[in-house]
Design a binder for this molecule. Structure first.
Ligand code: TXA
Ligand code: MG
Length: 325
C-alpha cells in the first residue's frame, strides 16, 4: 500500500488511476476519512466490503465532485433536494434520492435509492475531479475503518485499522486531521416529508430554518425506529471502541474522560480530550475513543449536556458507542 504523507498533484493522478484500475484509495474528507472505490466497479466495491468486513446489504454513499453530477446518479430529484444540494455542497450533507440506472444493487444494498454527497476537502475534491476526468462517475467512500469500529479522523487511524488489509496498489492519502470529526448528516429526500436518517454537523434546526427561509414547508422530521430503510446507524451498537463507553455518568479512578475543558477532572481520572466548544467536541470525540483504547482506561466517560442542537449529534454517536442505541 502507498502511504502518501504530503499529497501532490502527481499523487492525486496516480491515486485516481489506481481507482480507475479497481483499487482502493483511503482519503480525507471534512467529516471522517473515507475508503474510496469506483462506484460502478462491482469487483472494487466487493473488495471494499471485504476489507472493512462490512455486511453486503449495507448501502454506501456515492461521492461526486459537484452538484451537477447528482443527475448522473439520481432521477426524479425533488426541488427541495436541489435546494439543499445548492446550499450545503460541498459539505457534510448526504442526500438519499431515487437511484438512476448506474446506481446498481451492489452499492445500494438492493434498494431503489442512492445516497450522494459532495465532500468539502481539497484532497477529496481533487481526487474525485481527476477520477472523473479519467472517465469515472463517482466514488463510494464508507468511513475507512473496520465495520462497527470508530470512524477514522486521521490517516494514522486508517493505518491502524486497514494497513494489513490493503494491498500494494492501494493508497492511503494523508490530509491531516478531519475538521468536523463525525459523519455527514443524512437526509432522506424520497419520503413525502424530509427525514433525517443520521444526525450530524448540519442540524435539524439549521435545515428547518433554511427550508423555511426559501418558503419550503416540507417538515424535517427525525427518522422513526421502525424505518424500513437499511443503514448501519440503525444497528444497536456501532462506532464503538473496544473500551466500554458510558454517557453522563460520574467517572471513577482509572476511567478516561471526554468533556468540555471547563469541567473538572477528579483525581485518578484520565483526561482523554478537553474540547473548548461543541464543534471541537465533535472533532475530537473519535480521537478520544481511540486514545482510550490505546491507554487501556477502564471506561470512557463522555460528559455532555443536551442543551444545544449540535450536542444531539455528539450524544447520538456516544450512545451508539455505549451500545445504548
Ligand atoms: O461523512 C460521511 O458520510 C463519511 C465520509 C467518508 O463521506 N462516509 C460515511 O459512510 O459515513 P458510511 O458508509 O460509513 O455510512 C454511510 C451511511 C450508512 O449509514 C448507510 O446505511 C447510509 O449512509 N446509506 C447509504 N445509502 C443509503 C440509502 N440508499 N438509503 C439510506 N441510507 C443509506
Ligand atoms: Mg461508517
Amino acid at each position: 500500500m502507498n502511504f502518501i504523507r504530503n499529497v501532490t498533484n502527481r499523487d492525486i493522478e496516480e491515486a485516481s488511476r489506481a481507482l480507475i484500475d479497481g483499487n482502493l484509495v483511503a482519503f480525507p474528507t471534512e467529516t471522517v476519512y473515507g475508503l474510496g472505490a469506483d462506484a460502478t466497479n462491482q469487483a472494487a466495491v466487493n473488495r471494499m466490503y471485504e476489507v472493512k468486513g462490512r455486511p453486503k446489504n449495507h448501502p454506501v454513499i456515492v461521492h461526486v465532485s459537484s452538484f451537477e453530477k447528482i443527475k448522473e446518479w439520481a432521477v426524479e430529484i425533488p426541488a427541495t433536494a436541489l435546494e439543499l444540494g445548492k446550499k450545503y455542497w460541498p459539505g457534510p450533507l448526504t442526500l438519499v434520492l431515487k437511484r438512476s440506472k448506474i446506481a446498481r444493487d451492489f452499492i445500494t444494498g438492493g434498494q431503489d435509492s442512492v445516497a450522494i454527497r459532495v465532500p468539502n476537502h481539497p484532497v477529496a475534491l481533487s481526487l474525485i475531479r481527476k477520477f472523473e476526468e479519467f472517465g469515472g462517475s463517482g466514488l463510494i467512500a464508507p468511513s475507512a475503518n473496520l465495520f462497527g469500529k470508530v470512524s477514522p479522523t486521521r490517516a494514522e487511524d486508517v493505518m491502524e485499522d486497514l494497513e494489513n488489509h490493503l494491498h500494494s496498489d492501494d493508497f492511503v492519502l494523508n490530509g491531516g486531521e478531519c475538521e468536523f470529526g463525525i459523519e455527514s448528516t443524512i437526509v432522506n429526500c424520497i419520503s413525502p416529508k424530509l427525514e433525517i436518517l443520521r444526525s450530524g454537523l448540519i442540524t435539524k434546526k439549521q435545515l428547518s430554518s433554511f427550508l423555511d427561509s426559501i418558503g419550503i414547508s416540507d417538515f424535517v422530521s427525525t427518522s422513526s425506529s421502525n424505518n424500513k430503510i437499511k443503514f448501519p446507524g440503525n444497528l444497536k451498537q456501532h462506532y464503538a471502541p473496544r473500551t466500554k463507553v458510558v454517557v453522563n455518568q460520574e467517572p471513577n479512578e482509572g476511567d478516561g474522560l471526554i468533556s468540555l475543558i471547563y469541567n473538572t477532572t477528579r483525581p485518578g481520572v484520565i483526561r482523554l480530550e478537553s474540547p473548548t466548544s461543541l464543534n471541537e467536541f465533535a472533532k475530537v470525540l473519535y480521537r478520544g475513543f481511540r486514545k482510550g483504547d490505546r491507554m487501556a482506561v477502564k471506561r470512557i466517560v463522555v460528559q455532555i449536556s443536551p442543551n444545544d442542537d449540535l450536542s444531539y449529534a455528539i450524544i447520538n454517536r456516544a450512545y451508539l458507542a455505549s451500545g445504548g442505541g
